[in-house]
Design a binder for this molecule. Structure first.
Ligand code: N01
Length: 860
């Protein structure tokens, strides 16, 4: 078939955009034997580097990194002249690649895609272009770039100005001569930071209208140092591979140290090296908490702002240029060349729009609330409708008449940033929900192009010709993205990452922040697990492989990665003393938890009359307080009254109760039923001494984690049998409830998730003979009668071997008529909830524990 211009119109694949993504996608499709065409609105290749021709335009990733890796010859044929090549050089590179691989013969230039509509019967996309032609393709790939849709000016009167108007994003090809002109620049993002020094060199007068000052570090452009080049030259393929598996697509170690762990002197030395290095990768490579901890970030903010002050002569202007309303890197930081120094020139003026906003653009210039400015030219460096603008800018209609614009009304919905439910066979290269703009774009582009191509080859081989993600896979990927972003300071800024720069755009964090390496691993796993989260269909039938690729909460994933890095032997192989020591040491490296009013250490009488140590946490509020008797975790073998310190502090503060953490006797020295007997003995002692401890008599609850949850549950049962002491509630966190058999969660979560099955077996073996395990004092689930027990909150974690026995206990309590709240914590592991200030995604569970205690105490 042909279209209006007698050009072919039937393709396997239509690709939109002839930037670096579209060019490589074309090459791969061709090589894989698919018929493919690229549609491009410009008259040549280059994408962003075709349009952004403003003075000073360069990349901000070293160009040795920001270049294709798929053609080893190319690596030898092209030598970059500078660390950060200019736009003309990068455009020449794109053109060189297009020539070398004869790409242009399959690119239709000067062609804008107006609409794309999915025909479900035929299983094809129908694509309409600006000349009215229609093309028809099985697969449709948007290679339209993340920063390609200029933001529509949102300044009143912008159409009125009669002088010259320029947009950095669509700069005239013949260049602009600003000599002798009065120029106004609106915006101080990367485009402005790069162009302002060069515009200032030419023009007679320059006024910069700044709404938000930006962090910038010196680019230190010039020839790339031999030392830096050697990193790459030593083994280019290994270097590229390292980049593919790095955090940002440029080889770089993930930092291990917190900015708050070191002295100010040491910190500033590190920041000086970052400043000297002149690479954005250095900003993220200094400390591990710059993006997650406000105080850590503040140390870098102060350092950079001092540097700005040192560069700018006029102190008032310097202050205006110092960012003060967002965290470093929460908006894209810039690399600059003489940007701040430009404000020392007598003909350059900075206007702070926060103090004096633009009222309107007039025929002759710009009026703010306080002043009028006359200009010969106005430059809009006002940015882009990032990441989604170019995608929803095309009228895309998928299955059942659903438009992409409507589907994304509340923010983009994607699986892996690659596809979207309702839009079969539509792929997005570096779409929202993928690392994209938080990475070296070249690396992320290549990864997506390879993934898309390999997917189409795989479908062809298996006899499928349709692919679409499932609702579940997509919604959970979106959730995973948001949860990852929420661990950082990034969502706090009014940035284009959040869509906050475009009036009316839904505000969600758009790119995936987990890193190129973690993202690639997730994609590889999706493929290895037979396209998990996708529905495939075609001549050979259907395959629905519904599922979730990342179920662990991201902070839990980070915690497990950190533990894996330590490469520790299993705890059960450390011996009892070794394991005890290890538990104490690892606890000491965790954040301490909140301050409480008072902490007192004391002793109480255990079941055998021996003195058991306890630690009492008193709330800061005036007493008397109700009392929570708490039993620590550690498999009846490890731990003591202080090892769950952060959680005890938390519960004390947030439940407004005294928490008494008891050091019950441990196995193997004191085997079953010592811990169980000490549990009820401790509750009895505390109840009898409530008043002198500052407690309210009769207002006593029990709580415990893991084996401590077992001790708490057993104590509640013992108290009921004995008719006292009175317990008004029980909070059982991941409790051990049944030592007599295997359950599904024992197998599913047997390995390396904080508590392994083999460690659990070791605990049981140390604590209790097989014969005794069916005793309800060891396995409270097996008690014949659970009625009449105090109200309970039972918390279980999805990836805990103990999950099913905790679930079973909650169900059994419910069946016995006990008032139970059962909280199943998705994506969490056995150790998540006690990890106060580490696993923040488990905060709601800690809150629920505290709330349950408050409820127990408030009930009559
Ligand atoms: O756009 P931006 P950009 N009134 O959105 C201001 C990449 N890039 O083109 O921050 C007044 O960053 C706006 O103010 P505010 C890079 O990823 C890379 O500069 O919204 N001011 C801001 O100061 C970059 O991040 C390179 O308060 C208004 C500026 O305009 C991304 O592209 C070079 C306004 C826009 O800054 C975008 O950069 C260039 C208004 N109505 C770009 N509206 C490299 O070095 C907006 N502003 C590779």
């Amino acid at each position: 078939m042909t279209n209006n211009n007698n050009e072919p119109s039937e393709f396997d694949v239509v690709i939109v955009g002839a930037g670096f993504a579209g060019m490589y996608q074309l090459k791969r499709m061709r090589d894989a034997g698919f018929s493919a065409i690229v549609l491009e609105v410009a008259d040549d290749v280059g994408g962003t580097w075709y349009w952004n021709r403003y003075p000073g335009a360069r990349c901000d990733i070293l160009t040795v990194d920001y270049s294709y890796s798929w053609d080893p010859e190319l690596e030898k044929e092209w030598v970059w002249s500078e660390r950060y090549a200019t736009q003309p050089e990068i455009l020449r590179y794109a053109q060189f690649v297009a020539d070398k691989h004869d790409l242009r013969r399959d690119i239709r230039f000067n062609t804008r895609v107006n609409a794309a509509r999915w025909n479900d019967e035929q299983g094809r996309w129908v694509i309409t272009t600006n000349d009215g032609s229609q093309l028809n393709a099985r697969y449709y790939v948007m290679a339209t770039g993340c920063l390609s849709m200029p933001k529509v000016p949102d300044v009143a009167g912008s159409e009125r100005f009669t002088g010259e108007v320029y947009f950095t994003s669509t700069w005239p090809h013949k260049g602009v001569d600003f000599s002798g002109k009065r120029v106004g620049v609106i915006g101080t993002g990367s485009s402005a930071v790069q162009s302002i020094p060069l515009i200032a060199e030419q023009c007679e007068q320059l006024t910069v209208f700044q709404r938000t000052p930006n962090f910038a570090i010196p680019a230190r452009n010039g020839a790339i140092s031999e030392e830096r080049l050697a990193e790459y030259k030593k083994d280019p393929e290994a270097y590229r591979e390292e980049a593919r598996w790095s955090e940002i697509g440029v080889p770089r170690e993930r930092p291990q140290l917190s900015a708050l762990q070191v002295s100010e002197e040491e910190r500033n030395e590190h920041y000086e090296s970052m400043w000297e290095e002149g690479e954005l990768r250095a900003v993220g490579a200094v400390y591990n908490d710059i993006l997650t901890n406000a105080d850590a970030n503040d140390t870098m903010r102060r350092f950079i702002n001092d540097k700005i002050r040192a560069k700018v002569d006029d102190p008032a202007t310097a202050e205006l240029l110092c960012p003060d309303n967002h965290y470093v890197a929460s908006k894209r930081p810039c690399l600059d060349t003489n940007y701040f120094e430009t404000y020392n020139l007598p003909h350059v003026k900075l206007l702070d729009l926060r103090d004096d906003p633009i009222a309107t653009i007039t025929e002759t210039g710009i009026d703010t609330g306080k002043a009028s400015f006359e200009f010969d030219a106005i430059v809009f460096a006002t940015g882009f409708d990032a990441m989604t603008g170019a995608l929803v800018g095309v009228d895309i209609t998928g299955r059942d008449g659903l438009t992409l614009r409507d589907a994304w009304d509340h923010g983009p919905q994607t699986y892996l940033g690659l596809m979207s439910v309702g839009f079969p066979n539509l792929f997005m290269i570096t779409g929202p929900g993928s690392p994209s703009v938080l990475s070296n774009m070249m690396v992320s582009i290549e990864q997506h192009v390879d993934l898309i191509t390999d997917t189409l080859v795989s479908l062809r081989k298996k006899g499928f010709d349709r692919i679409e993600p499932t609702e579940l896979a997509q919604s959970r990927w979106v959730q995973h993205n948001n949860e990852f972003a929420d661990l950082t300071l990034m969502p706090s800024a009014n940035s284009w990452y959040m869509g906050a720069n475009v009036p009316g755009k839904p505000q969600v964090f758009l790119p995936y922040i987990g890193g190129v390496d973690r993202y690639r691993m997730a994609c590889d796993e999706v493929v290895a697990r037979n396209y998990l989260g996708f529905a495939l269909s075609g001549p050979s039938g259907q395959q629905l492989n519904d599922g979730i690729i990342r179920e662990l909460k991201p902070d839990v994933q980070l915690l497990l990665e950190a533990i894996a890095e330590l490469d520790l032997p299993p705890m059960e192989t450390m011996g009892v003393d070794g394991a005890r020591q290890f538990m104490i040491e690892s606890g000491a490296s965790m954040p301490p938890g909140p301050d409480v009013g008072e902490i007192i250490d004391g002793t109480l009488s255990g079941a055998d009359g021996s003195a058991l140590k306890y630690r009492l946490y008193r709330p800061p509020s005036g007493g008397p307080h109700p009392i929570t008797v708490y039993f620590h975790g550690g498999g009846w073998v490890l731990g003591n009254a202080t090892t769950d310190d952060p959680l005890c502090r938390y519960l004390c503060l947030h439940s407004d109760s005294i928490v008494i953490s008891v050091n019950y006797r441990h196995a193997p020295e004191a085997r079953f039923p010592a811990a169980a007997d000490d549990g009820i003995a401790a509750v009895t002692w505390v109840s009898e001494h409530a008043q002198e401890l500052g407690g309210v008599p009769g207002r006593l609850a029990v709580a415990g984690w893991s084996a401590g949850g077992n001790v708490a549950a057993v104590a509640a049962q013992q108290a009921r049998f004995a008719g006292g002491p009175e317990i008004c509630g029980q909070v059982l966190l991941c409790p051990v409830t049944d030592g007599t058999g295997r359950r599904s969660s024992h197998h599913e979560n047997a390995e390396s998730l904080g508590l392994t099955l083999s460690l659990m077996d070791w605990f049981w073996d140390n604590y209790c003979d097989e014969d005794n395990r069916s005793d309800p004092k060891a396995s409270p689930l097996l008690a014949r009668d659970l009625s009449g027990l105090p109200p309970a909150l039972v918390l279980t974690c999805q990836f805990d071997p103990l999950r099913d026995e905790g679930d079973a206990y909650a169900e059994a309590l419910k069946a016995a008529g006990v008032n139970v709240r059962h909280l199943k914590c998705e994506g969490q592991i056995h150790t998540s909830i006690p990890a106060v200030d580490v696993v923040v995604t488990a905060e709601y569970a800690r809150e629920a524990m505290a709330a349950a205690l408050r409820d127990f105490f408030s009930e009559p």
